[in-house]
Each structure stands twice: as C-alpha cells, then as structure tokens.
Design a protein around this ligand. Structure first.
Ligand code: MN
Length: 248
C-alpha cells in the first residue's frame, strides 16, 4: 500500500511526524505538505503565482502552498504513481461540526476524493498544543488498512476526530454525522499604533450543540469519531420544496 500524507499545520508539525511514524508501519509513505501553517484555508487552490516544492527528506516534499495544492501537485507531478490512499493530519485541534467547512485538513481529503483516491482526514481534539498525536496517528493507520481492504463509497471521504487521550483510554470508534456549532462572534476591535482600526477574528468560547449521533457528541465522551463526508453539498430533501416555488 502506498499512502500520500499531507496536512495543514505545516510539514514540520508534530501531528504529521506522528502520522509518518505510525503509517510507515503499514504502508510506503510519501509526504507532500505545506512549508508553513495553512490552517483554516479550506479548499483554496493557488492559481496566481507559481508553486515551489523542496525535497527536504528522502520521501518528504515541502510546498509553498495550501493543503489542496499539495495533494494536487503530489499526485499530478511529484509522485511517479497514484497513491492507494491520502491521509491528511494529524491536525492540532478538532475538525468537527460546522468548522469542517474552514478546515484545510479536511479539504486535502476532499481534493484527493475529487481525484478518485480514497482519503482520510484525522484531527486531534485539543485546545492546547496537543499531547497524544501518536495515539491518533495509530487510529489513522489502522483505519487506512481497513479502508484499503474495503474501499469507500463513491465521492465519500472520512473525517476522523480523536480525543487527546492515551491509546488505552480511547473509547471505540463511532460512525457519526457532522454536528452543529453555536457561534459566538468574537471579534477583537482595536486601534493600532498609527491610529487606524484593526479587527481580529477570535476563536474563543467554542461551543457545540450536544446532539446524539454527531461528531461532537462522540468525541466529548472519549470516543473516536468517524464521519463519512460527501462531495455533493446539495440538500436533496429540499429540491422538491424549491421546485414548488413559483419562481418568476
Ligand atoms: Mn490545522
């Protein structure tokens, strides 16, 4: 099995190091990752300037670009083959509920899925530096073996979130759906030393609705959460209702 690893925390992040270590036990690994942190860039693709890639290890490429650029460049140019699987992570911080839409980690898995390659995004549920990246990486490695054996449904990728606990304390994985966040709009509004206003989007007071069956419900109780995400963002249930509108 050949696996392409990427992330959005940057090629030197501890979550990626843990992933390289654990996934190397089950597969041949190549890393194509951003040269610096690219968290919350979502599915951005760089189109307006060239991308530079540096080989910084035997099988490690550092790219001046986004996670989506990395998957694109890796598969279309840097690798001489198509990988069996792409794993993105281990992200420092949960990627659950509505936050999934901002995530560079999740978008890298989406990009692989668009290319027809099975993909897993994996994140460590922590608000600090994170401690148990290796336990999360071990979960990803095990899941990689299962996904390689069984395959994934068409246009579907897995969003995995692992509580920041030692491996022996993790509760069994639950298959979940994307949860719901309660947004507290925290914007820092201040004046800079030149007298101009500046604004800084804050991320304090994160809270989620505690809905059974969701990613948040699972990880907040110590379970590993596995959500199958789909490329198609259509709300199919609303199509008939919208068709009934008499649109001018
Ligand atoms: Mn990140």
């Amino acid at each position: 099995m050949k696996i392409l690893l990427t992330n959005d925390d940057g090629v030197h992040s501890p979550g990626l190091a843990a992933l390289i270590k654990k996934v190397s036990e089950v597969a041949e690994v190549v890393v194509v990752a951003p040269d610096r942190e690219q968290s919350a860039v979502s599915h951005a693709l760089t189109l307006h300037h060239p991308l530079r890639a540096a080989r910084i290890g035997a099988n490690v490429f550092s790219v001046e670009g986004t996670p989506t650029d990395c998957v694109n460049l890796g598969i279309h140019s840097l690798l001489s083959y198509s990988p069996d699987l792409v794993i993105s992570g281990v992200n420092r911080g949960a990627n659950i509920a509505d936050d999934v839409t901002y995530s560079g980690t999740v978008a890298a898995a989406l990009e692989a899925t668009l290319m027809g390659i099975p993909a897993i995004a994996v994140s460590l549920v922590t608000r600090s530096a994170g401690e148990h990246f290796e336990a999360a990486a071990a979960c990803a490695a095990k899941l990689a073996v299962t996904v390689h054996q069984k395959g994934l449904p068409r246009d579907t990728y897995l969003n995995v979130n692992v509580p920041d606990l030692p491996a022996e304390s993790l509760l069994p994985p639950l298959i979940t759906c994307q949860g719901k966040r309660s947004y507290e709009g925290t914007i820092v509004d201040k004046v800079d030393p030149r007298g101009r206003n500046y604004y800084w989007i804050g991320t304090t007071d994160l809270s989620f609705e505690d809905i059974p069956g969701t990613d948040y419900h699972a990880v907040s109780r110590g379970h590993v959460s596995i959500s199958p995400l789909h490329i198609d963002l259509t709300n199919h249930a609303s199509i008939e209702m919208l068709k009934s509108w008499e649109l001018p």
